[in-house]
Structure formats: structure tokens, C-alpha cells
Design a protein around this ligand. Sequence first.
Ligand SMILES: NC(=O)C1=CN([C@@H]2O[C@H](COP(=O)(O)OP(=O)(O)OC[C@H]3O[C@@H](n4cnc5c(N)ncnc54)[C@H](OP(=O)(O)O)[C@@H]3O)[C@@H](O)[C@H]2O)[C@@H](O)CC1
Ligand SMILES: Nc1ncnc2c1ncn2[C@@H]1O[C@H](COP(=O)(O)OP(=O)(O)O)[C@@H](O)[C@H]1O
Ligand SMILES: [K+]
Length: 519
Amino acid sequence: MTDLQNREAEISQIVVTAAQMREIEERIFAAGMPVVALMEKVAGLISRRLEAMIPPGKSRVGVLVGPGHNGGDALVVARELHFRGYEVWIYNPFNKLKELTGKHLQYAQSLGIPCYQAVEQLRDCDVLVDGLFGFGLERKLKDKIAVAINELNTWKQPIFSIDLPSGLHTDTGEALGTAIRATHTFCLGLWKLAFLQDRALDYLGNAELIDFDIPIADVEAVLKDVAKFTRITTAKAIANLPLPRRPVTHKYKEGHLLLVCGSHRYAGGAILTALGARASGVGMLSIAVPEYLKPILVSHLPEALVIGCPETETGAIAHLQLPEKTDLSTFDAIAIGPGLTIDATPIVQQVMESKRPLVLDADALNILAQIGTISTLQKRQAPTILTPHEGEFKRLFPNIPDIQQDKVKAVSQAALQSGAIVLLKGARTLIANAHGSLWLNPNSTPALARGGSGDVLTGIMGGLLAQAMKKQIAIEEVVATASWWHSQAGIIAAQERTELGVDAFTLTQYLMQAIVNCH
Ligand SMILES: NC(=O)C1=CN([C@@H]2O[C@H](COP(=O)(O)OP(=O)(O)OC[C@H]3O[C@@H](n4cnc5c(N)ncnc54)[C@H](OP(=O)(O)O)[C@@H]3O)[C@@H](O)[C@H]2O)[C@@H](O)CC1
Ligand SMILES: Nc1ncnc2c1ncn2[C@@H]1O[C@H](COP(=O)(O)OP(=O)(O)O)[C@@H](O)[C@H]1O
Ligand SMILES: [K+]
């Protein structure tokens, strides 16, 4: 890789809060870079991107200007587009501007660029550029500016937001009163936390990072002693796949996974989980299911060792009946939960006692919540991964009340309290460990919002985990890689089949394509 590619790979993984971004910028200014020069550089980069995206000639560009440096960026963009031959109109309803922003406004007006205080004046513009507020916004928007943003959101033209859609909180992604619904957002310098949060997705449009050469040393200096947020990238995920295989190997060296899943009521969950595990390439796959399901599983996965277990009256697994000379320590990893039903409590308790890395999903999480999340996990002597959706999360951690307010905080607290690695499912999945670090999955598709798609994730994760136990890959990276793989398969399947065409079984059929495409 060239130095430039290395930088791109490194920068694309970093995620910062508003306070961290400000600290990084302050270091750059303290080192001698003038604020004016940085604004000129950043806005120059945005202008060039806009010139490539907005047809020249007949386009009228409306530029929304706020009181701070986000407005300053917007005014430099307005000036540059004016000189490139676009017709530019400015909206600025503020009486008090930061000094630099005021100077840029004065110059733009001296060039004859019209400037309006009423947003309606910009209604006929072909494109809008939003520079109202950036990472400096902390107070709720109200009155005239909130009304203006709500009005703008009813218009049809594309909106390009500078740094982030005005109104969004940089860290939580919450709309502070209201926020611009952008078509495209230019995130400046480093990815801000808001870009990886579910609640921001309706506002961001296509998000693009504009790298303006922040020295990595400054980023490292600021992030050195704090909990890290890592954006999961394709390059990192691919590097953490168990590829290439060593030439001299055998099936048990490539990981042995035990899946515990299924019931009379939920047979399909077991099949989907197993198909996810199959795609992971795991060396040996054992699947414990109720006796009644054994023939069905064998017919779908002839390569797997299917263990038929005694059943409860309701058709759940009553207890694990492993083959002779086998106990739970035989396996490199265990994944338990999909389709179990709540009647499988004894088996969850049994598996929790094993000293093997464990993925708990679905009903295993509901059972864990019933038997006591924290007290049970405290007794574990091996790593545990919990993969709840929001409902399961609330049952597991009833003492964490404000999950909606701040999911990043909630999932971090859950990991801290439980000592487990917690993957909170959603439109943008979050993963936290007990040391305060977080991994965020930036790309996914609503095509995955379908019954059974989480079961596939559990299978992939279990399979990767079993293989990772034979190698030197951190478990958090395995979890992040599984989440990436799941989403990528969904994205590719949705591209080929639309967002309606990605049922969970179909998803399993795209898992290989997702990684073949990257090699
Ligand atoms: N540092 C740099 O040189 C670089 C920064 N860059 C750019 O600067 C942006 C950050 O600039 P920023 O810090 O000036 O804050 P910004 O986001 O423009 O908004 C804050 C302003 O809004 C005001 N305000 C707040 N709440 C309000 C409300 N509810 N209703 C009304 N007003 C409200 C607040 O006023 P005050 O709180 O003082 O009343 C303040 O004036 C960043 O996102 C990026 O685009 C890049 O060019 C790279 C170089
Ligand atoms: N809107 C969405 N965008 C992206 N991914 C989604 C969306 N909704 C759900 N998903 C993903 O789909 C999966 C659903 O899992 P889960 O809720 O456990 O379903 P099930 O139990 O039916 O298998 C999770 O990995 C989740 O992150
Ligand atoms: K903005």
C-alpha cells in the first residue's frame, strides 16, 4: 500500500466526538496553521466536489449561511461557485456572525451575490448547500430558524450539507429541535459519531468524508487515553477473515463450532443459523437440536454433525446429549439461542458453565435475562458475546433506561456492567467491550429488517469465532467482522434483488459473494 492508501485506511476507521474534533483542531491551530487558511482549504475541497456533482451553466445554487464557522465554510463555497460560473443566492437570517464569517459575507456581497433573510427567496434554486450549523451546535433550534428548516425540508431540490446536516447533534445524532434532511453530507476531516447512529440516518443522505490532511499524530495525541470508537471498514474486516488458510491443516484445526438452536415451533431458525455458520468456513460444525428436527437439519446440511437431543413437552431441547467422549470443552466456540424458545432454560444454564467462548442470541438472551444477566455472566470464565436487538437489550439490562436517548452510552454501560462483548442490533449496529471501546458498522441496508436475518448473523459469528480461537484475532474484531459480512451480503443482495428480495435464506446465499467481491 502507498502512504496515501495507508492514510485513507487509517482515517476511515477513526470516529470522534465534537469535543475531540475541537481538541484536534486546536492542536493544528496551535502548531501554526491559520484558521483562515484551514477554512479556505476545507471549503475549497467542498467546492470542487460540488462542481463535480452540480451541472454547471444553468444551475442556481442556494447557500444557507449560519453564524459560526460552518457558515464561513458555506460562504467560501458560495464565492468559489460564483467564480466558477454558477448563479449563487445566499440565505442568512442572523444579525450576529463570528468575525471570520462576517468578513466572508461582506466580500460575497461586494461581489454582487444576492443575500436574503427570508428562506422563501431560495425556493427556486436548483440545489441547496447547507452551512447553517456544524459541530458547534449544542442548543436546541427554535423560532425563525427552526421554521425555516422545516420549510426547507418540504422542498424537493437536493441539499448538500457541510460537515453535518444542520440541527443534528454531532455525538448523539439527535435532531436538536429540527434538522436539515440532506441528500448528501460532506463530513469534514474525521467521521463524527452522529454518522454511525440510527437516529441520524433519515437526515444524512449519502455521507462522504472530506479528508483535509489532519496529521495522524494530532489525532493519536487526542485519542490516546480515551475510549476508542472504531468504524468497521472493509479492509479491516477482510484482514480479519480466516484467510488464507495454511496449506497443512485439517478440519479440527479450522475450528469446531457447536450450535444449540431450534424447537418444534422454530425449526427454521436452526437452519438459518447453521447456513450462516457454514458460510464462515468453519472446519467442523456440530448442531444440537431437538431430536425431531434432526432429519430436517441433516437434509439441509449434510456435512454437519447433527446432535438430536431429548425434548421437553413443548418441543424445546430438554438437555444436551452430546456424543460419547464429547463434552463442551471439545468445541472451540458455542453459539446458542435462535429458535430455542424460553422453555430451554436448563440448557442455557449448562452452556453458560462451559469455559468456551460463547455467543448468546435470541431466546438464550431472554433466558439469561430471567436467570439474571449480571450474576450469571460474572461466573463465566470465558468470553461471552451478547447480540440483542433493542427489545432483548431492555430485558437484559432493565437498569439502563435511556437506550433511545443515547445508544452508544447504553451499549457501553451494558458491556461494562456485564463484562461481555455486547452487539446491539439496529440499522447501524454498535459493538462495545468492557474496556470502553466501541466498534460501529457504517454501512448496511434496511433489506435486513426481516425475520431470521439475525439468526444468520449468529451463525457467521459463531463460525468465525471458532476459527479465530486457533489464530491471534481479538474477539471484538471477530464480532465486528461478522457484522460487516452480514451487512455486506445484505447490501449486495439488495442491489441485485431490491430491498424486498432479501429474505434470510436468500441472504445466506450471498455471503460468499460478499467476500469474493473483495478479493
Ligand atoms: N475551527 C475551524 O476553523 C474549522 C471549522 N470548520 C467548520 O466550522 C464548524 C464549526 O464552527 P463553529 O465552532 O463556529 O460552530 P458552528 O457549527 O458553525 O455553529 C455554532 C454557531 O451557531 C450558534 N448557535 C448555536 N446554537 C444555536 C441556536 N440554537 N440557534 C442559533 N444559533 C446557534 C453559535 O452561537 P452562540 O452559541 O455563540 O450563540 C455559533 O455561532 C465545523 O462544523 C466546520 O464546518 C472547518 O472549516 C474546518 C476548520
Ligand atoms: N433498518 C435496518 N438496516 C440495517 N440492518 C437492519 C435493519 N433492521 C434490522 N437490521 C439487521 O437485521 C438483523 C435482525 O436481527 P434480529 O432482530 O435478531 O432478527 P431475527 O431474530 O428475526 O433473526 C440485525 O443484524 C439487524 O442489525
Ligand atoms: K451544516
